[in-house]
Write a protein that binds this ligand. Structure first.
Ligand code: PLP
Length: 410
C-alpha cells in the first residue's frame, strides 16, 4: 500500500543545499534582505508559467482575465497586465490598482453586490464595464451616467438557473445575493433598452476552487447553453460573455493538480458550437487563485518551542492575522493542513510530530496541526505553500495589533 500523502504537491520551489529557494534566492537570505519576518514572497516566473499553461491548453478564442481580489499586490497586478487580456475587480480600491497599469479601461470590469453610488460614479467615469448585480443597481447606474453625461457600459451578472450534477456539487440555482436570477434577465433587459446604458454582455459565475474536471466541463456546457437561451429570449447579441473561472489548486493531502487538457478540448468543442449561434460574442474566463495561488509562500520565524502534555508546538511570529486561510478559518468546513516546510532544513529526512501555532491568544491560530516535520530550532523559518491567493488581504491583520507582514515579488 502506498503511504498516505502528507502534503498537497509542493515541488514548484527548488531546494538547493537543503534550503528552499524562491526567485533564485535562499529563503534565509531573503529574510535578511527584507529585514523582517513574517513575509509573503511571490515568484513571477511561476505566475508567467501558469499563464503559458492556460494559453497552451485553452482555446485561443477564450480571453483570460485576472480576478484581482485573489492577490491585489500592485507589483503582481502590474506583472500580470502584460500577460493577460483583462482584469476583473471587486471594488473601486482594486480599480485604482488596475488603472495604474497599462491595461486599457475597455478590458476591465467590476462585479460585486453593494456597489455604492460613489463606486458606480468612479467606475462610470473610468469607462470600465459594470457587472450589474440587480435591477436597482441598473437604475442607479443609469441615473449617475446621466448626471455625468457618460453612457455607462454594463453587463448583467446572471445567477444561473441550473444545477450541477457532477460530484454532488450544487453551485447555482438557489437564492443568491450575487447576480440577477436568470429568469428575470429578459424583463431587466427590456427595461434597460429605454435607458442611457450600453449593454455589453453577460457574466455567469458558477463557482470557485473546483478540482473536478467533469464538474468544470459540465459547468462550461450549462453556462454556454444559458447564455444562448438568454440571448434568444432577449434578442440581444452580447458583445461578450464571461463564463466565470472556478479552476482550483491542490491545498490538502491527496489533492492533485487539475489537468487542463480535457477541459480545454471540451471548451474547444463547446465554443465552436457556440460561435455558430453567436459569432460576434467574445468569450472570457476570469481566474484568480489558479493564476497566483501556487506562486506564493508565507514565511514566518520560530520564536519558541514548547511541549504540553506530550505534544510539541512550534510557536511562530506569523499566524492567522496574516494568513487566515492556512489556519482553516476561511471557508473550510473541516480544518486541514496546508503544505508546510521548514525552509532551512529541507534536506533532513528525520521527522517529528509538531503543531505550528501563531502568537495570537486563540486556539484558532493554528498553521499546521500535528504534522511530520524536520526537527526545528528557534530561529528556523516555517513556510506555508499555496499562499499566493487569498493570503494577506483575506486576513484580519489588525486582530491583536501585531506587526504587519511584508510582501515581495521576485
Ligand atoms: C472571486 C471571484 C473570482 C476568482 O475566483 P478564483 O477562485 O480565485 O479563481 C472570479 N470571478 C468573480 C466574480 C469572483 O467573485
Amino acid at each position: 500500500m502506498k503511504d498516505k500523502p502528507v502534503h498537497a504537491p509542493m515541488e514548484q520551489f527548488p531546494v538547493i543545499n537543503g534550503e528552499l529557494h524562491i526567485g533564485g534566492i535562499p529563503i534565509t537570505q531573503l529574510a535578511e534582505r527584507i529585514g523582517q519576518t513574517p513575509f509573503y514572497a511571490y515568484d513571477r516566473r511561476l505566475i508567467t508559467d501558469r499563464i503559458d499553461y492556460l494559453r497552451e491548453c485553452l482555446p485561443p478564442e477564450l480571453h483570460l482575465h485576472y480576478a484581482i481580489k485573489a492577490n491585489p499586490m500592485p507589483a503582481v497586478v502590474q506583472h500580470l497586465a502584460g500577460l493577460i487580456d483583462g482584469f476583473d475587480l471587486a471594488s473601486a480600491g482594486e480599480m485604482k490598482t488596475a488603472l495604474d497599469t497599462t491595461m486599457p479601461a475597455a478590458k476591465i470590469s467590476i462585479a460585486g453586490p453593494g456597489k455604492t453610488d460613489k463606486e458606480l460614479r468612479q467606475a462610470i467615469a473610468a469607462a470600465i464595464t459594470i457587472n450589474l448585480e440587480s435591477e436597482g443597481e441598473m437604475r442607479r447606474a443609469a441615473l449617475i451616467g446621466a448626471q455625468l453625461g457618460i453612457t455607462p457600459r454594463v453587463a448583467v451578472r446572471v445567477n444561473p438557473d441550473y444545477d450541477l450534477k457532477s460530484s454532488g456539487m450544487k453551485m447555482g440555482g438557489g437564492p443568491k445575493p450575487f447576480g440577477v436570477d436568470a429568469e428575470r434577465v429578459p424583463a431587466m433587459l427590456k427595461e434597460m433598452a429605454a435607458m442611457n446604458l450600453e449593454f455589453v454582455g453577460f457574466h455567469i459565475f458558477w463557482g470557485s476552487q473546483n478540482l473536478n474536471p467533469e464538474a468544470i466541463m459540465e459547468a462550461h456546457e450549462k453556462t454556454l447553453e444559458l447564455a444562448i437561451r438568454l440571448s434568444d429570449a432577449t434578442d440581444r447579441q452580447p458583445h461578450h460573455l464571461n463564463i466565470g473561472g472556478g479552476l482550483g489548486i491542490p491545498y490538502f493531502p491527496g489533492e492533485t493538480r487539475l489537468d487542463l487538457r480535457p477541459i480545454g478540448d471540451n471548451l474547444n468543442r463547446l465554443i465552436t458550437a457556440f460561435k455558430q449561434k453567436l459569432p460576434a460574442t467574445t468569450l472570457i474566463t476570469e481566474l484568480g487563485r489558479f493564476i497566483v495561488g501556487e506562486a506564493g509562500l508565507y514565511i514566518c520565524r520560530v520564536i519558541d518551542i514548547k511541549e504540553s502534555r506530550g505534544e510539541k508546538f512550534l510557536v511562530t511570529d506569523g499566524g492567522l492575522h496574516h494568513h487566515l486561510a492556512a489556519s482553516g478559518n476561511f471557508g473550510q468546513v473541516i480544518r486541514k493542513n496546508y503544505p508546510v516546510a521548514i525552509a532551512n532544513r529541507m534536506g533532513t529526512t528525520e521527522r517529528e510530530n509538531v503543531s505550528i501555532v501563531g502568537p495570537l491568544c486563540t486556539p484558532l491560530d493554528l498553521l499546521g496541526n500535528k504534522m511530520a516535520l524536520p526537527k526545528a530550532e528557534v530561529g528556523d523559518l516555517a513556510v506555508i505553500y499555496q499562499s499566493g491567493a487569498y493570503g494577506l488581504t483575506a486576513s484580519p491583520e489588525k486582530f491583536l495589533s501585531h506587526p504587519a507582514a511584508s510582501e515581495l515579488l521576485l
